[in-house]
Design a protein around this ligand. Structure first.
Ligand code: NZQ
Ligand code: ZN
Length: 390
């Protein structure tokens, strides 16, 4: 049964070819000073930077820049951006990049005018901001996180070896997001498939929790089937617009809060993946890929009906004449085949995890309560160990 909920998603989306032209409409709603934020330089190579700056100039904006936002953005970098936004007096923060840039900008938007210790307030106590929030707009160039339409802001504290995701309320969601699938054509294959698995993982994290028959589960099955179908096309032809646009749209729906409404969610794979990144700086989606199979094999006996349903409805396994356990196991085998086919990392060793780090990674792993089994520290170490032979 669906639980009670309130739902609002305030982000306005502009989707499709040349949707960047809508930036002008949005810029008109904000003051003169725009803080333009981007990553390590991909937007300068592929021309997106010139396009955005051209529109900002045309609209008469005064622009300051913060570049060099790294994948897995750090707390130190966040403080640098907050200072820049405050001193410049930014009216709007424009994120041009992937989840890292978008998450970072949300962090900056609530930190620029915050008088408290930002890490403790937002990333340890998970409090909502009570200071002025600078609005954020997003031009998305990498698909996966759903950050373009949610309140998530994942920041790494390198000193504490913690990578923590704060989920802010609606005031911090991007005010608008521009999604042009063609902007993702220049992504390296490693990033593209990492993003594809990130999407898959977001859906699974919300699907594998509770045994209720609710609309969200049906929506998620449809999203996963679309993703699997389109991923196979995109790995063969990364410039297939239909496949890339379907993947982009699925990513947004996978984590724009809708499918989580009224149901429990898990998020343990993300907690282990984030702990891996905190220790290795590995690419987000690949950390999830490396631990998902050992994790789901561990929890499957505690949610066997849902895993059997997943096998049949998502992977097309024929359940006739099989026990739920046999069907469920076959589902994970078919999923593993797909993961290998599209080129995901299944062995955490490839991400810099070594057997002597397992205890420390387990110590950095937050334990969630919503999955089919609440893990122990030993379970986390076992899952990581299994990934090393994956
Ligand atoms: O930095 P640049 O030079 O721009 O290069 C980036 C980066 O190296 C490159 N890239 C992006 N767009 C490109 C491109 N290269 C060529 N052409 C383009 N069009 O791709 C690399 C990865 O970018 P990044 O933004 O780090 O990837 P992603 O979108 O996967 O974001 C990952 C971050 O988001 C967090 C992750 O933990 C991680 O820190 N997440 C945010 C979530 C949220 N807000 O809800 C949820 C997710 O589960 C996730 O945790
Ligand atoms: Zn993710």
């Amino acid at each position: 049964m669906l639980g009670n909920f309130e739902y609002c998603n305030p982000t306005k989306l502009y989707f499709g070819k040349k949707s960047i032209l809508k930036l002008e409409t949005e810029l008109a709603k904000y003051g003169k000073k725009v803080l333009l934020v981007y990553g390590g330089g991909s937007i300068k190579k592929n021309g997106i930077y010139d396009e955005v700056v051209g529109i900002l100039k045309k609209c008469g904006k005064e622009v300051a820049e913060v570049g060099g936002v790294m994948p897995n953005p750090t707390y130190e970098k966040l403080l640098e951006g907050a200072k820049a936004a405050r001193e410049f007096g930014a009216d709007l923060i424009l994120a041009v990049g992937g989840g890292s840039v978008c998450d970072y900008c949300k962090g900056v938007s609530v930190s620029a005018h915050c008088k408290e210790d930002v890490w403790e307030k937002y990333y340890e106590r998970f409090e909502e901001p009570d200071c002025r929030i600078i609005p954020v707009g997003c031009v998305l160039t990498m698909v996966g996180t759903g950050s373009e339409m949610n309140g998530g802001s994942v920041i790494t504290n390198t000193a504490k070896k913690m990578k923590v995701g704060m989920v802010f309320g609606e005031e911090v969601f991007p005010k608008f997001a521009i999604l042009d699938p063609e902007y993702t054509f220049t992504l390296p294959k490693y990033q593209m498939v990492s993003g594809i698995f990130d999407i898959m993982s977001h859906i699974m994290e919300q699907y594998f929790s509770g045994d209720d028959d609710n609309t969200s589960d049906y929506i998620m099955e449809g999203l996963m089937r679309s993703l699997i179908h389109s991923s196979r096309i995109a790995v063969k032809d990364p410039r297939d617009y239909e496949a890339r646009s379907n993947i982009m749209w699925t990513a947004t729906w996978a984590l724009n809060t809708l499918v989580a409404m009224g149901k429990e969610t898990d998020w343990e794979v993300h907690m282990i993946g984030q702990a891996i990144s905190a220790h290795t700086d590995a690419t987000h989606g690949m950390t999830l890929a490396a631990v998902s199979l050992p994790y789901y094999r561990t929890v499957m006996p505690y949610g066997i009906k849902k895993f059997a349903r997943f096998a049949v409805n998502v992977w097309g396994v024929d359940g006739k004449g099989k026990t739920d356990s046999e069907t469920a196991q076959e589902g994970l085998r078919v999923m593993e085949k797909w993961m290998r086919e599209i080129g995901l990392v299944l062995n955490a060793g490839e991400l810099g995890v070594t057997s002597d780090k397992l205890g420390a990674i387990a110590d950095s792993t937050l334990i969630t309560q919503g999955g089919y089994k609440v893990l122990t520290r030993e379970d986390v170490i076992k899952i990581l160990g299994e990934s090393l032979v994956g």
